[in-house]
Design a protein around this ligand. Structure first.
Ligand SMILES: [Zn+2]
Length: 198
C-alpha cells in the first residue's frame, strides 16, 4: 500500500514535470527528461510577487527616455521581445502602463555587451527592473533585426527576475549558437520560467 502511494505521488510529480505548454509532450519527452531540472546561474536576489489571490504575475512596464517614440530599432526589438514572452504559456504577463516599474531604455557604450538588466529588490520581492539595449553594439556590430530581437528578448527575459540557463539545450536565456536564428523563447526558456514561477 505504501509503495502504491509512492508510485502515485511519483506519477503526478513526473506528469507535472513533463508538461510543456503548447508542445507535443511525446515528441519532446526525451529532451525534457534530459534537461530537468533546469539549472539557473546569476539568479537575482528577488522574484516577482503573485497578483493578490492568484497565481498570475502582472508586470507593468513603460518606455524610458530614449524609447519614447515608436519606430526606433530598439523600441521595435523590445516590443517583439515583450510580445514573445506574453505569447509564452507562463503565469507572467507584461502590461504597458504609465506607472510601469520595468523601464525599457537604451545606452551607448563600448562595453562589449548587447544590453543588460538590473533588478530592484525589496528583500526577496522584486519591485522593478531597468532593462537596457546597447546602441553602440547594435550600430557597430552590423546587427540584423533578428539579432536585435534576440538581445531584446534576452534582456526582457531577465526582467521576469530570472537569471541564465546553464543547461546545454538551445535557449534564449542560455546557450544560443546563433541569435540570427534563435531570437524567440525556446521550449526550455518557457519551462525555465515555469520552474521558477510554477
Ligand atoms: Zn543575460
Amino acid at each position: 500500500m505504501r509503495r502504491l502511494i509512492y508510485f502515485t505521488i511519483l506519477f503526478f510529480l513526473l506528469r507535472n514535470i513533463m508538461y510543456i505548454p503548447n508542445q507535443n509532450n511525446l515528441l519532446y519527452l526525451p529532451i525534457i527528461v534530459k534537461e530537468y531540472p533546469i539549472t539557473e546561474s546569476g539568479a537575482p536576489a528577488c522574484r516577482w510577487p503573485r497578483n493578490y489571490g492568484s497565481s498570475d504575475i502582472s508586470i507593468l512596464y513603460k518606455w524610458g527616455s530614449n524609447l519614447q517614440t515608436p519606430g526606433s530599432n530598439w523600441r521595435m526589438a523590445f516590443e517583439s521581445g515583450i510580445s514573445d514572452w506574453n505569447n509564452a504559456t507562463t503565469y507572467i504577463y507584461f502590461y504597458e502602463h504609465p506607472w510601469g516599474i520595468v523601464i525599457f531604455n537604451t545606452y551607448y557604450l563600448n562595453d562589449g555587451l548587447g544590453g543588460y538588466a538590473v533588478p530592484h529588490c525589496n528583500g526577496t520581492i522584486t519591485t522593478g527592473y531597468d532593462v537596457y539595449g546597447n546602441l553602440y553594439s547594435d550600430q557597430t556590430g552590423g546587427w540584423t533585426v533578428n539579432i536585435r530581437h534576440a538581445y531584446a528578448g534576452h534582456e526582457t527575459g531577465h526582467s521576469q527576475s530570472i537569471g541564465h540557463i546553464v543547461n546545454s539545450a538551445i535557449a534564449l536565456m542560455g546557450t544560443n549558437p546563433d541569435p540570427n536564428v534563435y531570437f524567440i523563447p525556446q521550449p526550455i526558456d518557457i519551462n525555465f520560467v515555469n520552474q521558477i514561477y510554477p
